[in-house]
Design a protein around this ligand. Structure first.
Ligand code: WT7
Length: 655
């Protein structure tokens, strides 16, 4: 493996001015954390965060694995992201550059963002929202979206942002699980020139069972599209904030006070509400923005993720603002009005740090190769200095293209491995220190004790694949699964490792010479489609909930050139197995059904019908066989335990 490694040493000019400059500096930080783990984090927590009451305790392991950090300190996240920058003289500095789907640009300064945040915070208080209450935010990328999150943080309410692509049913599930009393939404969202309803979906969700705790819905006017306002429940945001002051005393909360819940898929059951803390989370969001992106005073930072995902939380709403940065908030999609949109925006706004997902890169490569006008070479991208990748492994070919055509061969690419649960980067290069290897997320962030172990928790030698774990708790780690501490323990601190190691759910291998990590993919039944995480069980439940048609369903992933993985469903119907046009029509109906149950991102790409599924004599579905069929591979595995081997041929045929 090492023999083929193509290594890109950091550019001396980048390294010279970087915060962490050179490998010796990186190694010194790792050593510092190893020697005095708590001292390492405490020092950064004092440097990067303003505390109302300084903490005296650092890590509290007394209730492991429910770890606490900085627990006797108090702070406010919105104070740290807004007021503090204004006190430092950055009041007039641009905090957000919002570009709408249609191209209109709105800039807000730190002072303006604070005023907007405070008005929303006051409106929330006026509607009876108090510290610890949950607020669901179902809104598109917008200044109000960021301000709404900050407003919740300001009054100690716990936000739970639900991605605007989720269906009414998924929204309902999240509203019910959080027990939220208020929803913040918009009339519509605009993506790729299309108006899509948001408020109507909220109405649909609230009409389902389980949303009884919701008292109010605040509606931001985005398009002016028609909506129905329910008397006594629904209120326009403009009316809710009218006459309220644009200052609002922050609620000082304990470091462990939950800042937000964010739902993500696991291998079983319903999505889980990942609970993050205020102090530890904010520290890591800020520290990684500082070290991984080397964010400075004059940078223009663009993270293309949606605020509905954790990337948008850490690298739009919290990290860059905590450091007083200027960042882009983009409403639209990378391919509208054409596939040059990202490159044009980098050129127009002189973006210096650009952070996106491999799936976006791969689809833009295809478009650029077909049409010079949308090729990065047709734009001036010379402002860029650092590139980032997140969400899934980046294949070396896409990495090389990103490096050469977007970064002009000058810009380091930070391939950041992390998860909703980790709050911020875990394994990542630092741009002025780490020599880069395409396809590898390189080495752990200083202080993060990542390791590759076998089933018993023993370290495996470099060069041998194993299970990715984190050996010590870190400040921004998941604190709990909302309402389900048992599931938290089982999912992340399983007995296999005596409850001592955090289980990431990914496999990994370290390069035999450099020790660099390569993530080999999930080891559980979680799929990653275009950087969106989904459980195979969730999609199976959605399919079988189409009770008039579906008897049984099994979902697996298969590799896909653009989306990383594609969803492939094997379905047994309650009627004879369809073929030809009929099969196509039923497949479409099932796709739409899944879209309605979960959201369009969960629609299976392939649906294959069978008279049965391959099962062992004890009735267990043999998914590894289905994975081979989905890939179009010949079946080489042992099938002797199979009850019904003939089914494999049937499923292998294209319907
Ligand atoms: C899963 C987490 C991290 C924020 C966005 C996704 C995969 C993430 C990488 C990377 C290889 C990656 C893992 C992980 N993943 N980043 N740089 N290289 N794989 O957060 O939805 O919680 O998904 O995404 O499989 O477990 P998420």
């Amino acid at each position: 493996m090492s023999d083929e490694l193509k290594i890109y040493a950091p550019d001396p000019a980048v390294a010279a001015q970087a915060r962490v400059s050179g490998m010796a500096a990186y190694e010194a930080l790792c050593k510092e954390a190893e020697t005095d783990y708590e001292g390492f984090w405490a020092q950064r927590a004092r440097e990067l965060i303003s505390w109302k009451t300084p903490f005296t305790k650092v890590l509290d392991e007394s209730e492991a694995p429910f770890f606490k950090w900085f627990s006797d300190g108090t702070l406010n996240a919105s104070y740290n992201c807004l007021d503090r920058n204004i006190e430092r003289g950055l009041g007039d500095k641009t905090a957000l550059i919002f570009e709408a789907d249609g191209g209109e640009v709105t800039k807000v300064s730190y002072s303006e963002l604070l005023a907007r945040t405070c008005r929303i915070a006051n409106a929330l208080r006026a509607q009876g929202v108090k510290k610890g209450d949950r607020v669901v935010i179902y809104i598109a990328m917008s200044i109000d979206g960021v301000a709404a999150m900050q407003a919740c943080a300001r009054i100690g309410a716990i936000h739970s942002v639900v991605f605007g692509g989720f269906s009414a049913q998924s929204l309902r599930d999240r509203i019910e699980d959080t027990g939220a009393k208020l929803v913040i939404t918009a009339d519509e969202q605009v993506r790729g020139g299309k108006h899509l309803p948001l408020k109507a979906i909220v109405d649909e969700a609230l009409a389902l069972d389980g949303c009884g705790a919701i008292e109010k819905v605040l509606v931001v006017k985005r398009t002016g599209g028609a909506v129905t306002m329910k008397e006594g429940r629904d209120l326009w945001m403009a009316d809710a904030v009218a006459g309220l002051p644009d200052s609002c005393e922050p609620e000082w909360v304990e470091a462990e006070h939950p800042l937000f819940l964010l739902y993500t898929s696991g291998s079983t059951g319903k999505p889980k509400g990942v609970q993050h803390s205020t102090g530890g989370y904010l520290l890591h969001a800020a520290l990684t923005t500082s070290w991984t992106f080397d964010l400075r005073e004059d940078d223009v930072f663009w993270c293309t993720a949606d605020i509905g995902w954790v990337t948008g939380h850490s690298y739009i709403t919290y990290g860059p603002l905590a450091l007083g940065g200027t960042e882009i908030v983009f409403e639209g999609v990378p391919t509208y009005p054409d596939a040059g949109r990202f490159w044009k925006m980098i050129q127009d706004h002189k973006v210096t740090i650009f952070y996106t997902a491999p799936t976006a890169i791969r689809s833009l490569i295809k478009a650029a190769e077909a049409n010079d006008a949308v090729h990065p070479k047709s734009y001036d991208l010379s402002s860029l200095r650092i590139l980032g990748s997140v969400g899934e492994p980046i294949n070396p070919a896409a990495w090389e293209w990103y490096h050469l055509h977007v970064g002009g061969g000058r810009c380091p690419i930070v391939d950041t491995f992390w998860q909703t649960e980790t709050g911020g980067h875990m394994i990542t290069p630092l741009p002025g220190a780490t020599p880069l290897v395409p396809g590898s997320c390189t080495l752990p962030f200083p202080g993060i004790q990542a390791a590759v172990v076998d089933e018993t928790g023993k370290d495996v030698p470099w060069g041998q694949g194993g299970i990715l774990v984190v050996k010590r708790p870190w400040p921004s780690m998941i604190r709990n699964i909302w309402g389900d501490p048992e599931r938290f323990k089982k999912s992340y601190y399983p007995a296999d490792f005596q409850g001592k190691y955090y289980l990431a759910g990914d496999g990994a291998i370290r390069d035999p010479k450099t020790g660099y990590f390569t993530i080999t993919g999930r080891i559980d039944d979680v799929l990653n489609v275009s950087g969106h995480r989904m459980g195979t069980m969730e999609i199976e439940s959605a399919l079988v909930s189409c009770t008039e048609l579906v008897a049984e369903a099994a979902v697996v992933g298969r590799p896909d050139d653009t989306t990383g993985e594609a969803i492939c469903a094997f379905v047994v119907l309650k009627r004879p197995r369809p073929t030809g046009d009929e099969a196509k029509a039923i497949a479409k109906q099932l796709r739409d059904h899944v879209g309605k149950e979960i959201g369009p991102i969960a629609k299976p790409k392939d649906i294959r019908f069978g008279d049965n599924l391959p099962k062992t004599r004890s009735g267990k579905i043999m998914r590894r066989l289905l994975r081979s069929i989905a890939k179009g591979e010949a079946i080489t595995q042992d099938t002797s335990t199979l009850e019904n081997p003939a089914i494999l041929d049937q499923l292998s045929q294209n319907n």
